[in-house]
Design a protein around this ligand. Sequence first.
Ligand SMILES: NC(=O)c1ccc[n+]([C@@H]2O[C@H](COP(=O)([O-])OP(=O)(O)OC[C@H]3O[C@@H](n4cnc5c(N)ncnc54)[C@H](O)[C@@H]3O)[C@@H](O)[C@H]2O)c1
Length: 105
Amino acid sequence: MKLKGKVCIITGAASGIGREIALTFAREGGKIVIADLNGDAAHATAAEIAATGASAMGIVMNVVDEEQVNTGIDEVVGAWGGVDVLVSNAGIQIIHPLEAFPFAE
Ligand SMILES: NC(=O)c1ccc[n+]([C@@H]2O[C@H](COP(=O)([O-])OP(=O)(O)OC[C@H]3O[C@@H](n4cnc5c(N)ncnc54)[C@H](O)[C@@H]3O)[C@@H](O)[C@H]2O)c1
């Protein structure tokens, strides 16, 4: 159990790669925070992890919104006293050929 008792926040963890990171960290004993834009999915994933006996909570967080990030971190610190691990997984992927990439993107 490499993460026993460690508070681990994983952004974008309601689905995909972040979700798998969260499940893996939970198996290693981490206390898992699913921080995601999609609150319903974040809570559902956290509940799924909690059902295995691990500690998990879901929080609504849009990582581009500073206020939501601060509020979410405060919620975690209030509940579990601090943060040990942060995985900044949330993001978007925009693919174009380099010569056709709009500057704004
Ligand atoms: N899947 C791939 O092959 C691949 C390859 C390279 C990089 N990536 C990157 O890895 C990350 C995860 O990819 P994935 O395939 O698991 O994607 P996914 O779409 O399955 O999951 C992304 C999760 O992030 C959440 N999310 C999106 N924007 C958010 C925001 N602003 N704040 C908080 N949460 C947000 C979504 O609600 C979703 O739950 C992305 O940044 C993606 O661009 C993925």
